[in-house]
Design a protein around this ligand. Sequence first.
Ligand code: GLC
Ligand code: CA
Length: 572
Amino acid sequence: MRDFAKLRSLVLLAVAVSLVGCSSFSQAQKTPGSADGQHWWQSAVFYEVYPRSFADGNGDGIGDLKGIESKLDYLEQLGVDAIWITPCYPSPQVDFGYDVSDYENIDPTYGTLADFDRLVEAAKKHHIRIIMDFVINHTSDRHPWFLDSKSSRTSAHRDWYIWRDGRANRQPPNNWISGFGGSAWKFDPSTGQYYYHYFATAQPDLNWRNPAVENAMFDVTRFWYKHGVSGFRLDAVDLLLEDPKLHDNPILPGKDEMGSPNMLNKYNDKLPENHQVLRRLRSVADESDAVLVGETYTDSASELKEYYGAHNDEIQLPMDFMFCTVDKLSAPAFRKQIALAESTGGWPTYVIGNHDMSRSYVRYGDGKHNDQIAKLMAAMYLTLRGTPIMYYGEEIGMENNDPTRKEDVKDPMGITGWPKYKGRDGERTPMQWNGSANAGFTTGKPWLPVPSSAKEKNVESEWKDPNSILQFYRQLLMLHHRNVALRDGDYVALNQDDPNVLAYLRQYKKDAVLVALNMSGTAQQVSFNLSAEGFTSPKASTILTTLKHAPGDRIDQIALEPFAVYIAQVSP
Ligand code: GLC
Ligand code: CA
C-alpha cells in the first residue's frame, strides 16, 4: 500500500589511491568490460532532481531548467549518468507539478520547450541522460481533457475520467479513500455525478479502460522520446485501473495520519489489468531503447516480480520501496530486504529517499553519528547489485527542514494532515550549493526555507573536504562504474547470523569485492570464510573504507569501528 505518511514514520578516508584525482570521465570509461548484454540503465546511477528546488536560474526563488543546466558539470563530476526530473509540465501546481494541465510543454516557471531541448543537448555532452516523470494515473482538473469531460455527460472526453452516480442520500459511489485524505470522490453539481480522484480533488484519475486515453497518453511518451528523453519514471503506476464494479474496499482498524479510516485498497490498487497497459507502454519505450522506472509500492516479492513482466516486458526498474520500510539501521532487516529483492530474479532498483519521504539523513541518523551513518547507507545501496536512484542533496547529507507553523505549509498533504502529518515540504528544500545566504540556490527568496545546517552541509565546502559525505559518494560512484564485480557481480550474503554487521560479496567470475558494514554503534570483530565461494586463501586489499587504519590483507580478523564501512577487493 502506498502511504507516504506511514512510510515517513517507519520510514583515513579511502585508501582508494587509484581513485584520487579523477575529476571527470567519459561515458565510455564508465563501463569498461561491461558484461555481455548489460543495458545502459543497468550500469547507470540515476539522480532525482526536484526542479523547483535544485537551482534557480532567474532569481524568482523557484528552481528551473536553466538552473539544472548550470549544474551539469557538478552532476558529471559526481558520477551521475541519468537525471530523473520530477514533473516540469504546465501545471496549476496544486501538487507541485503532479497535476499536469498539458503533457507536451514546459511550465513557464521552469522555462520553455526550447530550454528543455537545450538541456537535453547540454546533458548529452556531459554524458547524462534525461528521464521525465510521467504522471500517468491522473491529470490536473484544469487539463483541457478534464474541462471537456466535466462540461456535460455527453462530452467527447466524458469517458476519459471516472464518473459515477452517487449512492442514496448524497453518498459517494463507494467507500474509497483518497491518499490525500477524505473520500476519493468529488461531486460535480453541474452534471450531477461524482468523479474519482485517488489524490487531491484537483487530480482526477484518467480512465485507462478507455482506449482513447491509452492512445493519447502513449503519444505523449512518443513526443518526449522525439525530444531526446531516455525514459520515464511512472508516477503512481500501481493505481492505473480500478474495479469497474466499484466494490467497497475492506476497512481496517484505526485511522491513517491523514485522519481517514485505514483501508485495504483491494479494488483500486495493483489490479492485474495494469500489467496489460504496462506491456503495451513498454513496447512503445522499446522503439526508443528507453527505460521505464516505476513508482511501485509493493508489499511482497511476488508483487515486485510481477512488475518486471512475465517476459521482462514491463518495467525495467521497478523501485523497491520495501527496502525503505526498514526504518532503522539493522543488519538483519536489510539482509532480509536484499534477499527479497534478489529472490524476484529481476534487476533491483534501490532508493533510500525521495521527495515523498523524510530524508535518509534523518531517518537513519541517530543524532550523533549522522554523517557516518549517511556514508554507511550510501556504501550499502551503491554497492548492491542493481541500479541505485539517488535523491538530490542526499550526497551532501541534507536534513529535513519541516515547517513549524501550519501557515507555512505548501504541500497539500501537509495542509490536510497538520499537525499529525506535516507533509513533504521538509524533504524538498533548496539544494545547498554553498554557505552563503539561501545556500546559493537563488538570489531571490527561496520558495521553501534553507536549514541552518546548510552552512556546513553544502557542495562547495564538502567538495574541498576529503572526509565529507560528498567525497565519499563520489568515490562510491566511481567504484560503482569501474569495478567489474560491483557493476556486474552476483550478490552473495555472508555471515548471515551476524546481528550487527551486514556483509556480502559481489562476485563476477574471478573478481570479487567484499563489503562489510557495521550497522551498530559498537566496535565489531568480523571474520569471513569464503571457501564456499571458491576462495581458498583469500587476500583482501582495501578499496574504500572509513576505518582510521585499513586492516591488513587477512579476512579472518577484521576490526570494524562503530558504523564503519569496509570495502575490499578479494583475490583467490
Ligand atoms: C507520486 C508522487 C507524489 C505525488 C503523487 C500524486 O506518488 O511521487 O509526489 O503527490 O504521485 O501524483
Ligand atoms: Ca526560477
